[in-house]
Design a protein around this ligand. Sequence first.
Ligand code: V47
Length: 391
Amino acid sequence: MDPKLQPIAEKVHAGERLSERDGVALLGSRDIWSIGELAGLVRERLHGRTAYYNINRHLNYSNVCALSCKFCSFYRKRGQDGAYQFSTEQVAEEAVRAAAAGATEMHIVGGLHPYLPFAYYTEMLEGIRQAAPRLHIKAFTAVEIVHLARISQRAKDLGGVLSDLKAAGLGSLPGGGAEVFDDRVHDEAFKGKIRSDMWLTVHREAHRLGLMSNATILYGHIESVEDRVAHLCMLREAQDEAISEGHAGRFQTIIPLPFVPDGSELEHLPGPSGLDDLKMLAVSRLMLDNFAHVKAFWIMQTLALSQLSLQFGVDDIDGTVVWYDITKVDSVDQHQEVGVAELRRAVVEAGYDPVERDTLYRRVYRDGAKWTTSGDVRVVASGQRAVTAAV
Ligand code: V47
């Protein structure tokens, strides 16, 4: 073992929280096997041999965006070639197709459309709820929530905006838009977007309202190793707060997103390597001792690497996906789908037991497109803290 990892290994074995310095040492080490072994140990303590996946459908309702983030190849300006926008009827039709195919979740995000009114978003949620009442709607990143607060002239009333969306059918918040919680990186790569304090405020408000949420980190562009670790520590602190304040909502999952350079203004950068991906997933598992889940998003990490990542701290793979427009490697079209059989085979081959889950990590029992959930959530200990996971 890399001698620098020895004291960290002792802490992990003792179930102690790792420091920011430990995180930097882990990311700076080339000893990928020891890092993987430690993350695997924590993963196994929490989830045994279970590896979760879900049957879901992503939907990007519009790529029209007021922002021009340098890492993003998705956005278009209104009227520009390739700009599109779904009507709320089209979204509802997609929800019906998803439900008929047995999906349990719709994951809906889009650009910051400068002209759509707030009613578009509530009507979208109500339309889905009417057309496919059993689908869990996980929608709108914190960045979109702040945009919706602005367009409904309630910039200071995030709680009110979230309450309206919840009443219309919003089930939880996805983790997108966090990028890297650092002002230098913000100003260079995604100036104009909300900063870390606002991103965290939105999630705090959501947790207060009893909504579960996820978190992401977009790595492998212009950020430093220290920036990555600081980001993880800020998330850990926010989760401590949600737990200690006893909110019904909290962060469920961290999804480390590897930067995909293709088609972006930062296309000249190489993007992270496979080893960096594995290390980042493993270090997320080790640092976030109060997060129940670490998810690999195969769209960005590839299914092959997601499979391997199960041995590096990951316990969850998203998902069947079907449509995805935000990143496209080698210019594939929006149809990016993996079948359940292929997902399960990847898990089994890696030595784990595949368990279908719903958005809230309840076990799904399925007969074709028909399904029910277990309903129970058990408390598992992570480090010194209690977090929840599905039975
Ligand atoms: O918000 C944008 C990121 C996010 C690029 O919560 C990019 O369960 C890499 O958040 N390369 C969307 N990443 C994806 C996301 C997500 C995915 C799966 C599950 C969940 C969840 C959340 O993708 C964006 C942005 O942070 N992104 N461009 C890019 N070129």
